[in-house]
Write a new protein. Structure first.
Length: 202
């Protein structure tokens, strides 16, 4: 259950519905005051509904919801609720800019970086199909393509020396196969792995 400070799809939909109800009441009052016919009221409501649907089709709600939740979270504002990372990832690729901010606020986490990579791959697959191409996806892809020219997300979250030390992982298992599996998993999570893969001799 979401706290009152979280923004969700249902709350956005409820707000739009309340706006439509309020506009409908205004149109009823206008019909009475202007002495218009019922046909005028129906046409006015249809125009209002069409305009609302058109405007909503141009709004990137996923990005707005994600950005609001990160900006008003306890990590960013010092008060409120903690960031619900699962819900951010549920919003899809359009939430990637806000997810980057959230990961930066929470500190480097290989699991979150790996899940972010899955969303990036999903975005690229969608861009490869002309059926799913859109202006929002194109703008998001431009942002993602420009990231390596600045700072890679994996490295951006771990710039302070005091954080580098806390994210070192020591692999002590003597089984060479297990060690290699762990190394591959860490590399897929975007982590830099140092050291030799040789096992100790008994």
């Amino acid at each position: 259950m979401f706290k009152s400070t979280c923004l969700t799809w249902w709350r956005v939909a409820a707000f739009i519905w309340m706006v439509l109800v309020a506009l409908g009441l205004v149109l009823i009052v206008a019909r009475i005051a202007l002495n218009r016919s019922n046909g005028w009221l129906i046409r006015a409501n249809l125009i209002t509904l069409t305009a609302t649907l058109y405007i909503c089709s141009l709004v990137n709600f996923a990005a707005i919801i994600a950005d609001y939740n990160v900006s008003h979270s306890r990590e960013a504002a010092g008060k409120g609720v903690w960031i619900d990372m699962n819900y951010l990832f549920h919003l899809g690729p359009q939430a990637l800019p806000a997810i980057d901010r959230a990961i930066a606020l929470r500190g480097f986490d290989p699991t979150l970086v790996s899940r972010r990579g899955c969303l990036v791959e999903q975005q690229r697959r969608e861009m490869a199909s002309w059926r799913s191409w859109g202006l929002r996806s194109w703008r998001l892809q431009r942002t993602l393509d420009a990231q390596p020219a600045r700072v890679r997300p994996q490295a951006r979250y771990d710039l302070r020396p005091e954080r580098r030390l806390t994210h070192r992982i020591l692999i002590v298992d003597d089984d060479l196969h297990i060690r290699e599996v762990i190394r591959v998993a860490l590399k897929k999570a975007g982590m830099t792995v140092f050291g030799r893969a040789t096992a100790r001799k008994h």
